[in-house]
Design a protein around this ligand. Structure first.
Ligand SMILES: Nc1ncnc2c1ncn2[C@@H]1O[C@H](COP(=O)(O)OP(=O)(O)OP(=O)(O)O)[C@@H](O)[C@H]1O
Ligand SMILES: [Mg+2]
Length: 253
């Protein structure tokens, strides 16, 4: 059985960073193999993971639609070749990038092949970690259907938190099939949240998984273009993230 984890939240709160820290955690705990899915059309999870991406599923779909299938090759074979190529491999985890969403016109045939491929692909992994685009619309898309764990990331700002609570509400209304959701407060400047914040979270019935501090190491790695996943184990954000994941994922999946 594959255990799927999706990240959601307002823009720039740290979804991709936390997806990277989660993959670092799962690899360290031997909870492998993992499939990382970058479902953000402005894909950058590969940078956090230090992987080069040669192709995206969206590009394969686009090329099939445009009839770029070589003569003598069936569309099925073309798509399966391209989709295989779009899976980047690393020790313990693979990454697949969804790419830009479809344009106008009918992508039905390509989408059917793509959906079939994804379904088979996902079954090869113990864990799937899905990094999503900012906002709430995304949550209603196919990519976030049936997640075992929804991690809603917020910063300590009032608006960040409100966005997080709205996402949680939307997820329950849409009936997406979320096993469990947690809030993660990221880039915190103190160890403790103000009482007002804690109260607002529990009033909404959302459970706080924990807080991850503002960490200069994250900022510096980002600035230098170094993969976040390589940050030292003893840095504050990694320690906090590992403790947090131990609490919510500690038990065997
Ligand atoms: N705990 C942290 N400490 C310091 N900097 C952080 C922390 N978490 C994230 N950042 C920085 O904040 C910025 C935004 O983070 P990230 O890209 O992970 O957010 P996002 O929610 O995925 O954004 P988007 O909505 O654009 O996809 C990055 O520059 C990242 O390095
Ligand atoms: Mg992101």
């Amino acid at each position: 059985m594959t255990f799927s984890i999706a990240l959601a939240g307002k823009g720039g709160v740290g979804k991709t960073t936390i997806a990277g820290l989660l993959i670092k955690y799962l690899v360290a705990k031997g909870k492998t193999p993992i499939l990382a899915v970058d479902a953000d059309s402005n894909a950058n999870l590969n940078e956090v993971l230090g992987l080069e991406v040669k192709d995206t599923l969206g590009q394969a779909r686009e090329d099939m639609k445009k009839g770029k299938v070589p003569p003598g090759m069936t569309k099925d074979i073309f798509m399966s070749m391209r989709m295989e190529e779009a899976v980047a491999e690393e020790e313990g985890f693979d990454l697949v990038v969804m790419g830009t969403p479809e344009g106008a016109g009918c992508y039905c045939a390509a989408n059917t092949l793509l959906a079939g491929f994804l379904e088979k692909l996902v079954n090869n992994y113990a864990y799937v970690v899905m990094d999503n685009e900012a906002g709430m619309e995304h949550i209603s898309r196919l990519t976030t259907k049936n997640v075992d764990l929804l991690l809603i990331v917020a910063d300590t700002s009032r608006r960040g938190l409100q966005a997080g609570l709205r996402i949680n509400k939307l997820a329950s209304e849409l009936n997406i099939g979320v096993g469990k959701s947690y809030l993660i407060v990221n880039q915190a400047k103190t160890d403790m949240l103000p009482d007002e914040v804690t109260a607002a979270i529990s009033d909404d019935g959302l459970e706080l998984a924990g807080i991850i501090p503002q960490d200069d190491a994250v900022y510096e790695y980002d600035l230098k273009g170094k993969p976040t996943i390589e940050i030292a184990q003893d840095s504050p954000s990694v320690k906090a993230a590992f403790d947090l994941f131990d609490r919510i994922l500690g038990q065997p999946a």
